[in-house]
Write a protein that binds this ligand. Sequence first.
Ligand code: GUN
Length: 284
Amino acid sequence: MFTLIDGKEVSAHVKQQVKQRVEQLRQQGIEPCLAVIIVGDDPASRVYVNNKKKACAATGIKSLEFALPAETTQQELLALIDRLMKDDSVNGILCQLPLPGHIDEKAVIDAIKAEKDVDGFSNENVGKIWLGDYDISPCTPMGVIELLDYYGISVEGKNCVVVGRSNIVGKPMAALLLERNGTVTVCHSRTKELARFTAAADILVAAVGKAKFITADMVKPGAVVIDVGMNRLPDGKLCGDVDFDSVKEKCSYITPVPGGCGPMTIAVLMKNTLAACEKQNDIQ
Ligand code: GUN
């Protein structure tokens, strides 16, 4: 028997806590505000941005959307970010990735300075995460940690295997599991005998970007399986990196896709926006 980890329930709980704090701040005349930038008309990015705006509305955080055409130059985008960096009424800036090919994503990430970097992508925030001294959390990895905490799943001493080494998920996920005293292994596309590693995992985090990549034979009986993948099948349905139907019979806990990690990423973004606002207003 497995337990389904319900990201919708946990994210609702987190957003409720954010909402209460936002209400308190409002009574002090402080209105947390997130600026969301989207460049071009990638359909998946549009869905993510809409969901982020909805979460802002649900938590009482003000959101400003800047929807720029695909032809926007890097200079124009950097000028907007510079303006938002200087605007005291804006606490967080999020530029939805990926960006059109003619824009250098690193230049954009570098332009969003640590104090308003609610994604946790800036050099400073990434460094702080590895030092274990941060107030802005990497959204998706911290969403995973919040799911584990909610279900009372301890990381300490466990074999934690992260499949995927992206800057957004794999690397910061490893940092957070290590901070919780997990024994962490990071696997990737060049890993030899991948199944040997995954089959030893007490906690397996799949962040590869390949539909149904993790199959039951790769999973240890009783493992906790966290699926960060979000892939679209030819029939249009969403599907994770884990072959859910077979793996669920073998594990103790598993996240569904959709409804697992996705809602948590956005809930942590709300927490980060609130934290950035409090810090900018010298509230601890
Ligand atoms: N694209 C996919 N995931 C993310 C994310 O967490 N933040 C941003 N800014 N873009 C993304």
